[in-house]
Write a protein that binds this ligand. Structure first.
Ligand code: CS2
Length: 469
């Protein structure tokens, strides 16, 4: 068997220029690979110091193997650019810090003049300012940076939020104002750049099969390999405060405005992912490739794209839509990824407002009811019940799970036996659709509610396949 592709540079001879917050699999299969490319091309100042905010498990595993890990790129089979699995050792992650264990070291890294870019993958919920969170750490780091006169900094959000850079800047500005620190507020206003970015690569959670395959392919025991697809994309607004790697060489697209790309990705890729998860899990489906191979679900996703999601996309990307959707079907169908629907189903309350609701809002504003999106929303509401068509159960992993459960429980009111099961189903729809933290101004929209109730009943009575066929 062929050995792994090793770093084309000596990892001991590079310097940290990027701090990353959130060293999960997505970071290690995306931004870290671009940093690795820059290091390999001879730009030796862009190694990464990764900081994990919550779990220290990944930090310990990485430190035990000098930050080196295997990237497994799995092709879909014949016709794909990659056939079989390719292994590559990534050397870009030179330091890993568990914030909870070493907060001072984390802050000091952010104040290091050699650090010129901070990248973030902290998920949608990470943008709420809280004790021990990323926003608090960033502000501490910026305050230390002011004290050290370490110079300006670029903060690159790599999360699936619309306007992720703008959101980050806004959250930082508000949090700085709450601290009442004028120097800090001034630094946030004038000395940092937060370009918007669109990031794309499908990266499932690591399982034992990945660990075994990494060992088989490379002969190296790796406790934290990452498996991913051949496709990768990064579009960034070219506003950097203190320089950047020459990433255009490595395939990054630098643009003036990311919004059209981000809308296309969130509304076509991520919206479909979430719909497949909430309709597929209750039907007993396990992975994205199985779900998209199901004719009822595939047909539904294509209808949702065609009728509700593609029409409102910005003019700049409209011509690209058919090709993009075709490519997505192939990416979703990659059987080598084993991308679990339950992983995608996590944090629905944070994802749905970015993925489904902008298009729903636009349609409703024009007097049309987005019927396919109503199916998807009904799917989420049924999913929140925690029980599938075959009786299987799951727990809801979502920061707003408790509030949602409370509303759903209240829907099963004292007169439920008298009003009958279908009325209870309708009340569950009202309970969730009326939840403003998710639905905002759409909460309680009568036209939308009527369609969601229709589909929610059908999903319960006929099951996913029956309702969609
Ligand atoms: C997925 C994304 O878990 C999810 O919610 O939709 O992580 C998706 O795989 C990536 O955005 C692909 O770039």
């Amino acid at each position: 068997m062929k050995g792994p592709v090793r770093p084309r540079y000596d990892p001991r001879e590079v310097r940290v220029g990027i701090v990353h917050l959130g060293i999960g699999n997505f970071h290690r299969a995306h931004q870290a690979v671009y940093a690795d490319d820059a290091l390999a091309a001879g730009e030796r100042d862009w190694a990464i110091c990764g900081i994990n905010l919550r779990s220290r498990d990944i930090v310990d595993r990485l430190n035990a193997q000098d930050g080196l890990y295997t990237l497994l790129v799995r092709g879909a089979g014949e016709g794909d650019a990659v056939s079989g699995t390719r292994a590559r050792v990534i050397g870009a992650l030179r330091e890993a810090i568990a914030f909870a264990a070493e907060p001072k070291r984390a802050t000091a890294r952010l104040a290091d003049p050699a650090v010129r870019i901070v990248t973030l993958t902290i998920t949608e919920k990470g943008y709420a300012d809280g004790v021990g969170g990323a926003i608090a750490l960033l502000l501490d780091g910026l305050a230390a940076r002011i004290a050290a006169r370490a110079g300006p900094l670029t903060l690159l959000s790599c999360d699936n939020l619309s306007g992720n850079g703008d959101t980050l800047r806004e959250v930082l500005a508000q949090a700085a104002a709450r601290r009442g620190d004028r120097a800090l507020a001034g630094f946030v206003a004038e000395r940092i750049e937060c370009p918007n970015t669109m990031v794309d690569r499908i990266v499932p959670a690591t399982g034992q099969a990945d660990i075994d395959e990494a060992l088989a392919l490379t002969g190296l025991a790796d406790a934290c390999p990452v498996a991913t697809e051949p496709f990768t994309q990064w579009v960034i607004e070219d506003r950097f405060a203190a320089g950047r790697p020459d990433w255009a060489r490595d395939g990054v697209a630098f643009v003036r405005d990311v919004a059209p790309f981000e809308a296309m990705k969130l509304r076509l890729l991520n919206a479909a992912h979430s719909a497949l998860a909430y309709l597929g899990v209750p039907a007993g489906l396990d992975t994205v490739d199985r779900a998209i191979a199901d004719p009822a679900l595939r047909g539904f996703v294509e209808r949702m794209w065609r009728e509700d999601l593609a029409p409102g996309l910005p003019a700049e990307v409209r011509d690209a839509v058919p090709g993009y959707c075709r490519a997505l079907l192939a990416r979703f169908g990659n059987p080598a990824l084993g991308h679990r629907l339950r992983q995608i189903a996590i944090d629905g309350s944070q994802k749905i407002p970015m993925r489904w609701l902008p298009a729903a809002r636009a349609a409703l504003a024009q007097g049309a009811v987005p019927d396919a999106l109503a199916v998807a929303i009904a799917g989420w509401i049924r999913f929140l019940g925690g029980r599938g068509e075959g009786g299987e159960a799951w727990t809801i992993d979502d920061p707003l799970a408790a509030a949602l459960a409370q509303r759903l429980d209240a829907a099963f009111a004292a007169d439920s036996l008298a009003t009958g099961p279908l009325a209870v189903l309708d009340r569950r729809v009202d309970a969730v659709l009326g939840f403003e933290p998710v639905f905002g101004d759409l909460a309680g929209h009568a036209g939308l509610a009527a369609r969601v109730k229709h589909w929610h009943r059908r999903l319960h009575v006929e099951g996913t396949r029956g309702a969609l066929e």
